[in-house]
Design a binder for this molecule. Structure first.
Ligand code: SF4
Length: 74
């Protein structure tokens, strides 16, 4: 299991002020959703999508939202 924001907040290890956000395009299929990767201590701790994006409107499928966390933990 990867660590979630909820778990990190519960543990007291969620430090939003130290996180950086990098925008990229999801590589998992051809829809081309925009992803915002939230990084803390060189780990992707959350993936979101800008709510004003014309394709995703803030929504991502399960691959886009969780795929990066699975990748870096294997
Ligand atoms: S978030 Fe899902 S629908 Fe969007 S590009 Fe990635 S895999 Fe495709």
């Amino acid at each position: 299991m990867f660590t979630t924001e909820h778990d990190m907040r519960a543990e007291g290890t969620w430090h939003e002020a130290t996180q950086t956000v990098t925008d990229t395009i999801c590589p998992y299929c051809g829809v081309g959703c925009q992803l915002s990767l939230h990084v803390q201590d060189n780990e992707i701790v959350k993936v979101t999508s800008p709510s004003d994006h014309s394709v995703t409107h803030g929504n991502l499928c399960i691959k886009g939202r969780f795929g990066f966390q699975h990748v870096q933990n294997h």
